[in-house]
Design a protein around this ligand. Structure first.
Ligand code: MG
Length: 427
C-alpha cells in the first residue's frame, strides 16, 4: 500500500520500475530521502452536502433558507447556512423547523443524486493523490505523501486548487483541514465552515488544539462536554493537558493516556483506502536516460494503458478515472487525471486522454525520469448492456481475442499500432 512507504518524516522513493521494456533499463533509485514533516494528511468535509447538491441543480435557490428533508413527519437531513442562521439544525423534525423558520424552503431527497456527486467529488480528489479514504458520502481523507511535495506552500496551493475545482466543476463547497495526522486534520476541517481551509503546521498540534472547547475532540459529545465542565472544571483542551497524570486518571480512568494523547494532537492512524488491491491499477517506468520527447513518452503511456486494461479485463472490472504522473530528474512530480462518464474496460476512451493528461501534467517541458499511468474508480458490477454502443461490443470481442492470444504466448505478440511505430523507428 502506497501510504506504508511514508514513515516518520522519511519518504521512501518508488522502487525499480514495474515493467521492463527493451532499451529501457531500470535505474537504481536512492532508497531513502529525508523530508521535513509536512501537513500531508488532508481531511475534507463537504458543506451542507445534500443542500449543495440540490443547489447545483437549482441555483436560483442560492442564498435562501432551504433544507433537504421529509415534509410529512420527517426530519431535516441537511440545511443551508442561511437556514442554520435561522435556528435550523440536523436532525430536527421538519414540523418543528417550519415553526422556527416559516419561510424555510423544503426540498425532497433526490434519489441517486448525492451518491453520484459524492463519487465525482472523490474521483476529483484521486486526481491529486491515489490515497483517498472515503469515510462517508461527504467526508474523507487524502494522503499527499506520494505526491512528492516538498513545502507546506506547495501542498496548500494544490489543495486550494482542488477546493476550487470542486466548487467550479461540481458547485460543491468543501472545507479542508491539513495537518500531519488524521485527528488534527479532521478537527481543522470543521473549524471554519463553510469553505474552510485550515493548515496546522506539524509540531504545532498541541498549541492549535489548546484553546478549543473540549467538544471539538472526537468522542466528546455535548453531554460529556457538559459533565466534564460541571464536575471537573474542564472546558478547553488545554484544561486536560495542564492536569497531572494522577488527576487525569481520576477523571478518565483507564482511558486517560488516550485522552491525553488526543488532547496533544497525537494520532498514528494511517489514511486507508478500502479494498486497496481492487481500488486501482497502476504501472510506472523509470527510464535509464531521461526522455524529453513527447511522442515517445506518449507511446510508453499508451503501452501502459494496453497492459493495464488487459489486467482489468482479466479481473472482470471496469475503471472510470485515469491519472498520468510525470517525475523530473530532481524528483519533482506532477499528476493529472480525468474521469469518464461511465466506467469501461476498453482502451479507446483512455487513448484519447493520454496526450491531454500528459500535456497537463508535463508543464515544465524538461526531460522526464519517470512516467506512470493509474486507473481508479474501479467498478466490479457487471456492465449494463445498453451502456455500450455496438461498436464497443465489437472492440470488446477483439480485445478478448488479443488478450487470450497474448496470454497464451506469454508476452505481447499482438500489439497496437502505436507500439509498432516505435519498433520500426528503433530498428
Ligand atoms: Mg459535511
Amino acid at each position: 500500500m502506497a501510504s506504508r512507504k511514508f514513515l516518520n518524516g522519511f519518504s521512501f522513493c518508488a522502487g525499480p520500475p514495474l515493467c521492463g521494456n527493451a532499451g529501457l533499463v531500470p535505474r537504481q533509485l536512492p532508497t531513502i530521502v529525508p523530508t521535513p514533516a509536512l501537513p500531508t494528511v488532508v481531511h475534507l468535509d463537504a458543506d451542507a452536502f445534500f443542500v449543495s447538491c440540490e443547489l447545483a441543480l437549482k441555483p436560483e435557490l442560492r442564498g435562501t433558507k432551504c433544507a433537504v428533508g421529509g415534509r410529512e413527519r420527517g426530519i431535516i437531513s441537511s440545511a443551508s447556512y442561511e437556514a442554520r442562521a435561522c435556528g435550523i439544525y440536523t436532525p430536527m423534525p421538519t414540523a418543528r423547523a417550519l415553526q422556527v423558520c416559516p419561510s424555510l424552503i423544503m426540498l425532497p431527497h433526490t434519489s441517486g443524486l448525492y451518491s453520484k456527486v459524492s463519487r465525482q467529488m472523490f474521483d476529483l480528489c484521486e486526481t491529486l493523490t491515489p490515497i483517498v479514504q472515503r469515510n462517508s458520502i461527504d467526508e474523507g481523507y487524502l494522503d499527499l505523501g506520494p505526491c512528492g511535495f516538498t513545502t507546506e506552500v506547495e501542498i496548500e496551493t494544490h489543495v486550494r486548487q482542488l477546493q476550487q475545482r470542486l466548487g467550479d466543476e461540481l458547485q460543491i463547497p468543501v472545507s479542508f483541514g491539513l495537518a500531519a495526522n488524521k485527528l488534527v486534520a479532521q478537527i481543522a476541517s470543521k473549524l471554519r465552515k463553510p469553505r474552510g481551509f485550515v493548515v496546522v503546521t506539524p509540531g504545532t498540534e498541541e498549541e492549535f488544539l489548546a484553546p478549543l472547547p473540549l467538544g471539538k475532540l472526537p468522542g466528546i459529545g455535548a453531554k460529556t462536554e457538559a459533565a466534564l465542565a460541571a464536575k471537573h472544571g474542564l472546558k478547553l483542551v488545554r484544561d486536560i493537558t495542564s492536569r497531572n497524570d494522577t488527576e487525569l486518571k481520576a477523571i478518565f480512568g483507564d482511558g486517560w493516556r488516550d485522552m491525553l494523547a488526543t488532547a496533544r494532537g497525537v494520532d498514528e492512524r494511517l489514511v486507508e483506502t478500502e479494498h486497496d488491491d481492487a481500488k486501482s491499477y497502476s504501472q510506472q517506468e523509470t527510464f535509464s536516460a531521461d526522455i524529453g520527447d513527447f511522442s515517445e513518452i506518449e507511446r510508453i503511456a499508451k503501452r501502459m494503458v494496453d497492459e493495464l486494461l488487459a489486467k482489468i479485463r482479466a479481473d472482470k472490472k471496469r475503471v472510470r478515472t485515469m491519472t498520468v504522473k510525470v517525475r523530473y530528474p530532481d524528483f519533482v512530480q506532477e499528476a493529472h487525471g480525468r474521469s469518464l462518464e461511465n466506467a469501461t474496460d476498453l482502451e479507446a476512451p483512455f487513448y484519447a486522454l493520454v496526450a491531454p493528461l500528459l500535456r497537463a501534467a508535463w508543464q515544465q517541458r524538461r526531460p522526464l525520469r519517470l512516467v506512470s499511468v493509474k486507473f481508479s474508480g474501479v467498478d466490479d458490477e457487471p456492465a449494463q448492456l445498453e451502456m455500450f454502443a455496438q461498436s464497443d461490443e465489437k472492440r470488446r470481442r477483439l480485445a478478448d481475442v488479443l488478450d487470450r492470444l497474448n496470454a497464451s504466448r506469454g508476452s505481447a505478440v499482438v500489439q497496437h499500432g502505436h507500439q509498432l511505430a516505435k519498433r520500426r523507428g528503433a530498428s
